[in-house]
Design a protein. Sequence first.
Length: 254
Amino acid sequence: MTGFRWEIISEYAPLFMQGAIMTIKCTIICVILGTTWGLLLGLGRMAHAEDGPWKHVLRYAVQWPVRVYVSAFRGTPLFVQIMVVHFALVPLFINPRDGMLVTSGLMSVDFARELRSEYGAFLSCVVAITLNAGAYVSEIFRAGIQSIDKGQMEASRALGMGWGKTMRKVILPQAFRRILPPLGNNAIAIVKDSSLASAIGLADLAYAARTVSGAYATYWEPYLTISLVYWVLTFILSLMVQHMEKRFGKSDSR
């Protein structure tokens, strides 16, 4: 094994920096959107009515579609989902020739062409990872909400609070404290999973490493470098989650 060739890393340092920024950008957006989407799916998964016509409507029009969605996205590889989104779903909507948003007049042909060429890979990455993360986060929220004693919901309803206000003011704040660690783990997984989007041309860390390895026919330096960067990013993220856990723990002990 030859020595580590630092000159390769220094020469392509701007490319690695751009890749790191792209990875961080994708992670932040996907964590926010994935958590929001997962919360909505989790609430839909638990939607129910004791009696009346809404009982069957919520069961078959809300609960079962959410169950199928979660099962499908948890049961298929994320790489395949990225490919389907990039080569099928996104063109279905923003194809400059016959995309649904173009033919309906909601998007101009020029804008659709620019969006596809300049931000196509980024958009596909965000959509695919958000849809995938939402399926996992929905189960996290569902478990967290169901871990709260049912008496708190009943007591809040007895005080005249509606279901939505009770969920927002009483149940979700307590559930969030309990599900913070798995949400942090999901965010760390998103950091690493974003590397799969390099296969569709996203200029992230993995794309930078592949570019450098192709130029110099060497793999040790570029992939060891991005491994270190990924580790630093996930380590910082884990410290942030630990800090939030301690902060919420102190607020609970007051």
